[in-house]
Ligand binder design. Sequence first.
Ligand SMILES: NC(=O)CCC(=O)C(=O)O
Length: 263
Amino acid sequence: MKLTVAIAQIDIALAQPDINQLTVAQYAQKAGEAGVDVLIYPEMWRTGYALEQLVNLADEEGVKTQDLLSQLARQYHINIIGGSVATRQQDAFYNTMFVYDKNGHQVSTYNKLHLFGLMAEEKFISAGRTTNVFTLAGIPSAGAICYDIRFPEWLRTMMAVGPQEILYIVAEWPIQRIAQWQILLQARAIENQAFVIAANRVGHDDDNIFGGRSLIIDPLGHIVGQASDTQEALLIRTIDISQEQAIRGEIPVFNDRRPTLYH
Ligand SMILES: NC(=O)CCC(=O)C(=O)O
């Protein structure tokens, strides 16, 4: 089965949701015109890491983001991994991903599980507690957010059910660790024998320069698509999911696991 995926590697205007919503809509239009099946955005695309302004900026119960993503999915007939945005859910703030199918129906939501201390996330944001496993475009998939990729046990928890065939990652990953970003993602692809589709942002905020290099990686760890480290881009590739069946048949990692011995 073939799937055309697109990564919107965008710059994000700090604390400017109106500008960022326009950018996101423009990229959905481009992806729709290109006949893409699945479009993915980066982490915290609505506000960037304006964490000290969450009281004013967080999306109340995620309503504005959900309305926008659902409408874009319907209008352009694309499945959307909605990056993530800052939400307020009851009395707490979260870093939240929403996933929509091409009919505009929500198929998953996820609150980032591992909060990143170097960007002071845990001072402002509460950690999620649930998995993010879903079927999108008919393909069993999982999604995670940025720092989550440093926790292979968490990704395995999600990838082993099924097993899932695509792992979607959304990020705001700084340039100084961009080599680690690439290696970690290639490792996650190889160990889970799955495609990894990973969207990072470019540009900067007051504290960080972000490193782009959004990646599409096959189940053997080969890079099949790579955006630049500095420029906005819509990175589009067609991947062949049946590649996975062959690899999983040859080296049956998921059958060979011994989870009762893992602690
Ligand atoms: N936004 C994040 O979670 C950044 C994670 C990161 O930079 C890392 O090195 O891990």
